[in-house]
Design a binder for this molecule. Structure first.
Ligand code: UFG
Length: 332
């Protein structure tokens, strides 16, 4: 029985593929390379020394997706197929609702048709919305999302809850990622945003290697220890391992729907990140203070205890590891 990974050639999908293969799981990757490259497939094979099936399919293509289910014996699906650029989602909301929400529905309908009812979903801390409490726990209700990207995550969570309510034979894990950074220690797979990056770490590494001139620090007048924004950065390999643990729970337990924060529980500021990066890599990261970025929150981080207690999962890597591995990837 195989684990199907739609979007498995992408940043988080490829790292999870490696961790599953390391655990001797059989996997199948489905990807349309809309935000990844075919060479990722070979690199996953190179890192693990293991082979697996791959299909170039978009999750909106029901016919092609059904063919994958027809030809294979699939036990569970971990869905990474989704667009994730916040700014782009504001400009092109229909593209995001169609790809993320309709894509997830098509996938779930196909699973239903073939009687596959174990599903792990890539959600985001963004579903908590704007709130006073900065340590997010799963007990909190979803909040008002700030952009269409966040709304797609929130909508899919709701769809999954409704699906489980209608048919409690489903077995669902919703994983709320905080800020994934870093890369596999081999330097073979990592994050490769197209164009100028929006996120902090991909921007920092491109300033450090001279591709970009300087970092703009978006605001230094927030109510945080050094005035810059604070986030819960999580190493992508720790995050990938969280998926393996969630899958193991679904394999072991009776049916249910479970939601987990995947974060470290620690908040670091933009300047903490810059200083740590400079210390670990020996590279200078020139920066200037710029105005606040619209839609940014001052500070938030995870309460990671539920995942620790129920999944026996916790992060192991440090901010130093995150900086070193991100730099190692771009150098390679
Ligand atoms: N930042 C800068 N300069 C930059 C980029 C970012 O100062 O060039 C700052 C931001 O203001 C923020 C911090 O660095 O304080 C982190 O910003 P990111 O863009 O890396 O990440 P966000 O927290 O804004 O968003 C991330 C993901 C979203 C997801 C959200 C979940 O990009 O997909 O976390 O909470 F929705």
């Amino acid at each position: 029985m195989a684990i199907l990974l739609p979007g498995g050639a992408g940043y988080i999908g490829s790292h999870t593929a490696v961790e599953l293969l390391n655990k001797e799981k059989e996997i199948i990757i489905v990807d349309d390379f809309s935000n990844s490259k075919p060479e990722m497939i070979d690199k996953i094979k190179q890192i693990t020394g293991k082979d697996f099936k791959f299909y170039e399919v978009n999750c909106l293509n029901k016919k092609e997706l059904e063919k994958v289910f027809e030809e294979n014996s699939i036990e569970a699906v971990i869905n990474f197929a989704g667009f994730k650029a916040v700014g782009e989602s504001v400009k092109e909301p229909l593209k995001y609702y169609n790809n993320n929400v309709s894509g997830a529905i098509t996938l779930l309908q196909t699973m239903q048709k073939y009687g596959v009812k174990k599903f792990v979903f890539s959600s985001s801390a963004t579903v908590y919305g704007t709130r006073q409490e900065v340590e997010y726990t799963e007990k909190m209700k979803r909040g008002e999302t700030a952009n269409p990207y966040g709304t797609t995550k929130s909508m899919i969570e709701k769809i999954l809850e409704d699906l489980y309510f209608a048919d409690n034979q489903w077995d669902i894990a919703i994983l709320r990622y905080f800020n994934p950074v870093g890369a596999h220690e081999s330097g073979l797979i990592g994050e490769e945003p197209q164009g100028i990056p929006n996120n902090l770490m991909p921007y920092i590494v491109r300033v450090a290697n001279g591709t970009l001139k300087e970092l703009s620090v978006f605001g230094n007048d927030y109510d945080t220890p050094d005035g810059t924004g604070v986030r819960d950065y999580i190493h992508v390999v720790d995050l990938a391992k969280g998926h393996v643990k969630a899958l193991e729970k679904l394999e072991k337990e009776g049916t249910g729907i479970y939601t987990y924060n995947l974060g470290t529980g620690k908040g670091y500021s933009v300047l903490d990140m810059v200083k740590t990066f400079e210390k670990v890599t020996g590279q200078k990261v020139p920066y200037k203070i710029a105005p606040r970025r619209a839609g940014d929150l001052a500070i938030y981080y995870a309460d990671p205890n539920k995942a620790k207690e129920e999944l026996n999962w916790q992060t192991e890597k440090t901010l130093e590891d995150m900086c070193r591995d991100s730099w190692n990837y771009i150098c390679k």
